[in-house]
Design a protein around this ligand. Structure first.
Ligand code: AP5
Length: 219
């Protein structure tokens, strides 16, 4: 098993790199952001509850996201998992440790993707994704070959997220610094933390992550 956490602020490139790791290493991506957006479209009570919280850029409760991850870990048979956007609080980190331990698993690496705040604003404001296959694009740095059509699946369902606006991003960053950034110290203390330069080009970031994982496997 290979279990990895991608840790970083909104727009750091977690989703972009997670998709590459799925392709290259056959791991399963567990994105709590994607799960919560899916819940919103399913019309459930929980979906309605989280929609307003997410639009405002605040964190959904630990209870809800830990429940989602627990369900997925039970259901999926995998060579390993990429935790993308989870954990985001110390309580979530403790819960993940306990869930993995219970199933006889461990973390192989926690990869902090370091990016400065100015770059995040540019990345978030230019982002769009394919509603069909989830491929992530950017107006300037990673556009589609044919305007309005996904390169991967050919869908014309290209979307921008409701929380990708300046006001919500400010709140998301505040939540990150107050509640998620303490996890950098937490995982440094457990000995699992590695840091990569998230400001580098997408291929260069992927190479740094591959180096960390190869080192962790060889250790
Ligand atoms: P979530 O969906 O997890 O969003 P996020 O953490 O804010 O992260 P993003 O998806 O915005 O960014 P990313 O790091 O994946 O970057 P991406 O690869 O897309 O969470 C949304 C909301 O759900 C939260 O605000 C919260 O309300 C709730 N939530 C989720 N998980 C929760 C949890 N555990 N607990 C509580 N609440 C939770 O890249 C961004 C852009 O940059 C793209 O356009 C991409 O093409 C471009 N790009 C990527 N890499 C590079 C590069 N190296 N160079 C240039 N451009 C790049």
């Amino acid at each position: 098993m290979t279990n990895i956490i991608l840790l970083g602020p909104p727009g750091a490139g977690k989703g972009t790199q997670a998709r590459r790791l799925v392709e290259e290493r056959g791991l399963v991506q567990l994105s709590t952001g994607d799960m919560l957006r899916e819940a919103q479209t399913s019309g459930t009570e929980m979906g309605r509850k989280v929609a307003a919280v997410m639009a405002a850029g605040q964190l959904v409760t630990d209870e809800i996201v830990i429940g989602l991850i627990e369900e997925k870990l039970k259901a999926a048979k995998a060579k390993g998992f990429i935790f993308d956007g989870f954990p985001r609080t110390l309580a979530q980190a403790d819960a993940l440790g306990a869930l993995l331990k219970r199933s006889g698993q461990a973390l192989d690496a926690v990869i902090e993707m370091r990016v400065d705040d100015e770059a995040l604003v540019d990345r978030i404001s230019g982002r769009f994704t394919c509603g069909n296959c989830g491929e992530v694009y950017h107006d300037r740095t990673k556009s589609t070959a044919k305007p309005g059509v996904c390169d991967v699946c050919g869908s014309a369902d290209l979307r921008r997220r409701a929380d990708d606006n300046a006001e919500s991003l400010k709140q998301r960053l505040m939540e990150y610094y107050k509640k998620t950034s303490p996890l950098i110290g937490y995982y440094y203390a457990t000995g699992d933390l590695s840091t990569v330069d998230g400001l580098a080009e997408i291929d260069a970031v992927a190479k740094s992550i591959a180096d960390v994982l190869d080192k962790a496997k060889g250790a």
